[in-house]
Design a protein around this ligand. Structure first.
Ligand code: PHE
Length: 460
């Protein structure tokens, strides 16, 4: 193999501009993680203290890895596996680092399998809201509708399948053209609608309670597993450690400043999550719901609000439609490393790669579908203490978000911070002088130490 050419760094395959990359990476970052997952895990982990740890993980671990991973991707110019193979050779480092590429492709494969099932829920809720299923409904009725959906493997499978077909189709046709437009238009709209929801939450009379729950830390409510979940979520929400940014970075033109870009993406991503929290927790308290009720949280609280507010059918339908778009732009990015790898190493066409990869992922997704009903009591690795009581869905989520993504991030920080040659790094990252020195200090010491400490606490 010729190690000097970079297959993805030809004019025809690059992002058309810095903006296009920001939009795609932001589209990957902002998704179900911000609006569905962040509120429910915050609820499960007691609120404020969890949020604080999550924010610290974003700043000290998430952003440095986001920068390093994108930089590695652009340097390699290939799929995550190809990039790591190329770079370990070019940099003359141990071949062991190649595990980063494999971890990424396997993790993005697994994450999409359950992400798609939840994406299917937003499809269902577009229809339900549009047809007025929630108009005037009380908490029991709304909860009952969600319970009914979970209890039906047929429905879950149907919408999981529809979601996967959409994703495969978009990725198979090549990601750039439609994606840029969709994100450019719909992301601001999502932001606007979240603002509407936050304003509505202010009228519930429980806004203060919601704000308190989110922002006044009570560390007695935070467990060591909670800290691991916060770390895992910081990785999940920024899409790091999993090869996605390496894949997107491989299409990034050389003149784009990665450090600046990464900062804007992270700020946007956190803002969306916090807004979702501000919209949801007041509703939870106003309706005497349970903050720790689990993955159904937004599908029970938001429909209640849409059922009561003026124009609820319009706002509700639009909201779930935008949630769907946000989920799709993330799902697309999860399929990308798999497809890029199949194309590159197996010589399969893009469309076929998307189809084959998508089909396999769809099949694994059936495990998640069943874990909400027929397999509700099946705990595959339950004999291991850390996995006790976890269904297939819980297990996949834990494995990918709390283990593979943070450990992938650790390896990326170590590779970029310690193994790569320094000469070109400042220019590649887009920092110089003092800010570069500071960044490298965080990447080499703080980031790895942070991840290690969380893990050590959790195994001891
Ligand atoms: N960041 C996405 C979200 O918050 C999820 C994601 C994870 C996307 C891993 C790509 C890779 O919804």
């Amino acid at each position: 193999m010729n190690h000097t050419d970079k297959p993805h760094q030809q004019a025809s395959t690059l992002w058309t501009s810095r903006m296009a990359f920001i939009l795609a990476a932001a589209g990957s970052a902002v998704g179900l993680g911000n609006i569905w997952k962040f509120p429910y895990i915050t609820g499960e982990n007691g609120g404020g203290a969890f949020v604080l740890v999550y924010l610290a993980c974003i700043a000290l671990i998430g952003i440095p890895v986001l920068i390093a991973e994108t930089m590695i991707g652009r340097r390699g110019g290939r799929s995550p596996i190809g990039t790591m193979r190329y770079l370990t050779t070019e940099e003359g480092t141990s071949r062991g680092w190649r595990v980063i590429g494999w971890n990424g492709v396997i993790a993005s494969f697994l994450v999409l399998s359950f992400y798609s099932v939840i994406g299917g829920w937003s499809l269902v809720y577009i229809g339900k809201t549009a047809f007025g299923a929630f108009t005037g409904a009380d908490a029991d009725a709304v909860g009952g509708q969600f319970g009914g959906l979970l209890a039906s493997p047929g429905q879950l499978l149907l919408w999981h399948s529809v979601f996967m077909v959409i994703v495969v189709f978009i990725v198979g046709r090549g990601i750039r053209a439609g994606l840029e437009k969709a994100v450019k238009l719909l992301m601001p709209l999502l932001f606007l609608l979240l603002t509407v929801m936050v304003i509505y939450a202010m009228t519930t009379g429980s806004f203060g309670e919601g704000v308190n729950f989110l922002f006044s830390p009570d560390f007695s409510k935070l467990t060591t597993t909670g800290v691991l979940t916060a770390l895992g979520h910081a990785a999940f929400t920024l899409s790091i450690g999993i090869g996605v940014l390496m894949a997107y970075g491989s299409y990034l033109p050389q003149n784009v400043n990665i450090a600046k870009t990464a900062m804007s993406i992270a700020i946007l991503d956190v803002a969306v999550a916090l807004m979702a929290g501000l919209a949801i927790f007041p509703l939870v308290f106003a309706n005497s719901l349970e903050p720790g009720s689990g993955p159904g949280l937004i599908f029970v609280t938001l429909p209640l609000a849409f059922g009561q507010m003026p124009g609820g059918i319009f706002f509700g339908t639009l909201f779930f439609a935008l949630l769907l778009v946000a989920a799709i732009t993330s799902a697309i990015s999860m399929l990308e490393p798999v497809v890029e790898w199949l194309e590159e190493h197996r010589g399969v066409s893009r469309f076929k790669s998307a189809l084959v990869g998508g089909l396999a992922i769809w099949f694994i997704g059936i495990g998640t579908v069943l874990s909400f009903n027929i397999w509700g009591d099946v705990h595959p690795l339950g004999f291991i203490a850390a996995f006790e009581g976890k269904t297939v869905f819980d297990l996949l989520d834990f494995l990918v978000s709390n283990l593979m993504m943070p450990l992938g991030g650790l390896a990326i920080a170590l590779f970029a911070g310690w193994a790569m040659q320094r000469a070109r790094l400042p220019e590649d990252i887009g920092l110089s002088g003092r800010s570069y020195e500071r960044f490298m200090f965080v990447l080499r010491y703080v980031t790895p130490a942070g991840i290690l400490v969380v893990f050590l606490y959790n195994v001891t």
